[in-house]
Design a binder for this molecule. Sequence first.
Ligand SMILES: Cc1cc2nc3c(=O)[nH]c(=O)nc-3n(C[C@H](O)[C@H](O)[C@H](O)COP(=O)(O)OP(=O)(O)OC[C@H]3O[C@@H](n4cnc5c(N)ncnc54)[C@H](O)[C@@H]3O)c2cc1C
Length: 329
Amino acid sequence: MKGFDYYKVTTVSQAISLLTKQGDKAAILAGGSDMLAMMKDRVEGPKLRAPQHLLDIRQVKELSYIKEQKNGLKIGATTTISEIGASPLIAGRYPLLAQAAAQVAVPQIRNVGTLGGNLCQRPRCWYFRGKAFKDCFRKGGSNCYAPSGENQYHAIFGGENCYMVCPSDMAPALAALDARVEVATAKGSKLIPVEQFYIRPGKNILRETILGPAEMVVAVEIPALAQGSKGTYLKLKERQAFDFALVSVATMVAVKGDVVTDARIVFGGIAPFPLRATGAEAALKGKKITDGTTAACEAAVKGAEPLSNNGYKVKATKGLLEQALSSLA
Ligand SMILES: Cc1cc2nc3c(=O)[nH]c(=O)nc-3n(C[C@H](O)[C@H](O)[C@H](O)COP(=O)(O)OP(=O)(O)OC[C@H]3O[C@@H](n4cnc5c(N)ncnc54)[C@H](O)[C@@H]3O)c2cc1C
């Protein structure tokens, strides 16, 4: 690992002013479960350098909390995944989020991994992570190795010039809950819907989120759910002990009588960002869940473009949504 300067910051404004001063040579350190692995493994390329300044935000007291607010719930960025998974408030109000938290890695990682870090973790694509593949687009190179390489874990939607998949379990769950990410900047803070927090590779191949170099996540706000809402988070993985999602689906429906009045369906593991399945949502609205399921599952995979080894993800996507809808019905 290359040497770096370590700063223990105690306030958000201190972190923002250091980020502003050091530019892209600095990075936030939260639980470190991803950041330090990237640094140790020397994941670098023409436009990806290990940070020279690490700003540890774990001592920032104002960032660690789960609290009720007028129209929902707010979770601070350094709240750990374990704390989210163990919160009775979250289990009671947003079981889908508790289910997603329980699916993240293993207890040791959930104990150190934070919500902000989970949302901002870097891709798990083995070409991005692999030292030998310096020419990867996402590291500032001029190639994506996935289309002609080992692509069984890669994207079937939205690949454009990079086929990594969004590795986060929390992101699709929060997008299905219509949550917003609070981002601190030098000019104050802004709230961004989770869906818009992530960007397509075609927009900027070098990063996965809208965050600029002097910006950081400080919290996530989840709105109160409409009456009659229910949801579930399902994840298909290869190793059952722990693994990143081959496909995951966060499904929220609001039901009046037997009829779906609203739906939000977001997939993980199949696109470089949490993928909202608006066609599937439309296929459910105005129908009983059971009556809309087949059309919703077909709509969810419309336009999929599997690579040579990941055609199974099309079937798996349909199957997982069918299972989610069946459990909600
Ligand atoms: C073996 C293993 C298995 C895993 N399995 C899963 C899994 O199944 N599902 C899943 O979702 N994840 C999984 N992960 C990823 C894990 O959840 C993340 O590493 C963890 O959540 C990151 O949180 P952290 O606080 O440790 O972040 P760090 O490692 O400290 O940071 C990660 C990245 O986020 C940035 N960052 C951190 N906090 C902020 C902030 N507040 N604002 C802006 N940027 C920030 C950092 O600069 C860095 O780029 C796994 C990780 C490992 C090592």
